[in-house]
Design a protein around this ligand. Structure first.
Ligand code: NAD
Length: 485
């Protein structure tokens, strides 16, 4: 199969595509059919060194450019991404299996938002002046150096941009390793950045599995690591980065709560639960997969949920009408189906779906369990598939304690018409991103990230600048130096 946007080689280093077939081949599988659509080759030690050397030697000249100049390039790249949204979305759909209806609205566009936002911010990045009597201190906001980005497979274009845009705005260079499951899209991001005028070596993409990621994290040339991935991988990468005292951003997994109170607008709550469980076939880190519904409205909620799930258009993700596609891989599908079996065995009530679909590719039905108990495995572990757990409650204090009783702290949502309760609940959530009468919005202007085991650091917003730059203080004495001897 070929398509117009297919990248021409496995890696993108020093401003151009680079191939090295000595690396382990990685098949790229189209999730809607199971067909192989491309092969990339894992980075060999020579490719890893080439990418890091390119980044290291290009970075200081990039940091010395004015923020306005750097920002102009990022904003030009944002424009190119928007112009090519269709082709990029087709590629994203081949890479991930997510419906084109989603990718055309979310992926390259949110990548472009990040490039535009941080492009605009680049010229505003400054230190400060601190007067100390006659003497004074000024601070310089400086780049960290070479940043490594390591991506998950659910949002390959977005992740490549959410990490790249702030890193580059601050004057860093980046070596990005996409997930081995979705290696294609980040290459297009690199290609577009260079076309927009990015100097060679500032944004490089190399392929590989966890071993390539691990080699990058421990390399002395690397100053910062930003990972999007699971908690177990995060623990390994965080520890490896700590050994080299490297800066980190960790965007990890979640098992987020969504609380639906008795006064909630049921249509909106059901809509939020659908967005927070079935968008991208449930493969979204911030999903609200523990849906606590007040006992008095539980059956009404489940009825409307089932009715609306009946209208899902499941099928070929390249067709614009399709709004529920396959899972990313056979492995991920098996993991999700395994959890469905666990849910049944543990005695949860299966109210919708639960099966693999009888067609090619990696499709399963949107699935809903009701009467889920807090200690069931499907209520405790991240499934990362279209499996919703509905739990009952009747008291706010009790549901708050239960909602927070998790190792994760990525996101949380509340549906209620009671204004005070909405803000009280949001304040009490132990999570990095909360939603009131909404779910899963992620505008570039708002900080995004997790608390507890869901991560450290924030992406997007002004806050991301703190994770891609460091302050240098310069003390300036205006008079003589007074020394004791
Ligand atoms: P994963 O942890 O298996 O892999 C993530 C990336 O880390 C991949 O590129 C992988 O090759 C790399 N990797 C694996 N072992 C490594 C090691 N020892 N050293 C360095 N790199 C290593 O995750 P996944 O299955 O690709 O993605 C799904 C997970 O990502 C879910 O847990 C999901 O919640 C999380 N996620 C989080 C966010 C967020 O922003 N918080 C966003 C998307 C996905």
């Amino acid at each position: 199969m070929s398509y117009p946007t297919q990248p021409t080689a496995s890696h993108f280093i020093n401003g151009q595509y680079v191939e090295d077939t000595a690396g382990t081949p990685i098949d790229v599988i189209y999730p809607a059919t199971g067909e192989k659509i491309a092969t990339v080759y894992s980075a060999t030690p020579a490719i890893i060194a080439q990418a890091l050397d390119a980044a290291k030697s290009a970075q200081s000249a990039w940091a010395k450019m004015s923020g306005t100049e750097r920002g102009r390039i990022l904003r030009r790249a944002a424009d190119l991404m928007r112009e090519r949204n269709h082709d990029l979305s087709v590629l994203e759909t081949f890479d991930t299996g997510k419906p084109y209806q989603e990718t055309i609205a979310v992926d390259a566009t949110s990548g472009a938002d990040a490039l535009e936002y941080f492009g605009g911010m680049a010229a505003t990045l400054t230190g400060e002046h601190i007067q100390l009597g006659e003497d004074w201190v000024y601070t310089r906001r400086e780049a960290l150096g070479v940043c490594v980005g390591i991506g998950a497979w659910n949002y390959p274009t977005q992740i490549a941009c959410w990490k790249g845009a702030p890193a580059l705005a601050c004057g860093n260079a980046m070596v990005f390793k996409p997930s081995e499951t979705t290696p294609l899209c980040a290459l297009k991001v690199a290609e577009i950045l260079v076309e927009a005028g990015l100097p060679a070596g500032i944004y490089n993409v190399i392929q590989g599995m966890g071993d390539v990621g691990a080699a990058l994290v421990t390399d002395d040339r690397v100053d910062k690591v930003s990972l999007t991935g699971s908690v177990p991988t995060g623990k390994k990468v965080y520890a490896a980065a700590a050994a080299g005292i490297k800066h980190v951003t960790m965007e990890l997994g979640g098992k987020s709560p969504m609380i639906v109170f008795e006064d909630a607008d049921i249509e909106n709550a059901v809509g939020g639960a659908i967005l927070g469980n079935f968008y991208s076939s449930g493969q979204v880190c911030s999903n609200g997969t523990r849906v606590f519904v007040h006992k008095s409205i539980k059956e009404a909620f489940l009825k409307r949920l089932s009715e609306r799930l009946d209208t899902a258009v499941i099928g070929d993700p390249q067709i614009e009408e399709t709004n529920f596609g396959p899972m990313v891989s056979e492995r991920q599908l098996e993991i999700a189906l395994g959890y469905v079996e666990k849910g049944k065995t543990e005695g949860a009530r299966l109210v919708y779906g639960g099966n693999r679909l009888d067609r090619g590719g990696f499709y399963m039905q949107p699935t809903v369990f009701a009467d889920v108990k807090d200690d069931m495995v499907i209520a405790r572990e991240e499934i990362f598939g279209p499996v919703m757990a509905v739990l009952d409650f009747d008291d706010e204090d009790d549901v708050m304690t239960r909602a927070n009783d998790t190792e994760f702290g990525l996101a949380a949502g509340v549906f209620t018409k009671d204004l005070s309760r909405a803000h009280r609940v949001a304040a009490n959530f132990e999570a990095g991103t909360c939603f009131i009468n909404s779910y899963n919005d992620a505008p570039v202007e708002a900080p995004f990230g997790g608390s507890k085991n869901s991560g450290v650091g924030r992406e997007n917003s002004k806050a991301a600048i703190n994770y891609y730059s460091q302050l240098k203080s310069v003390y300036v004495r205006m008079g003589d130096v007074e020394a004791p001897f």
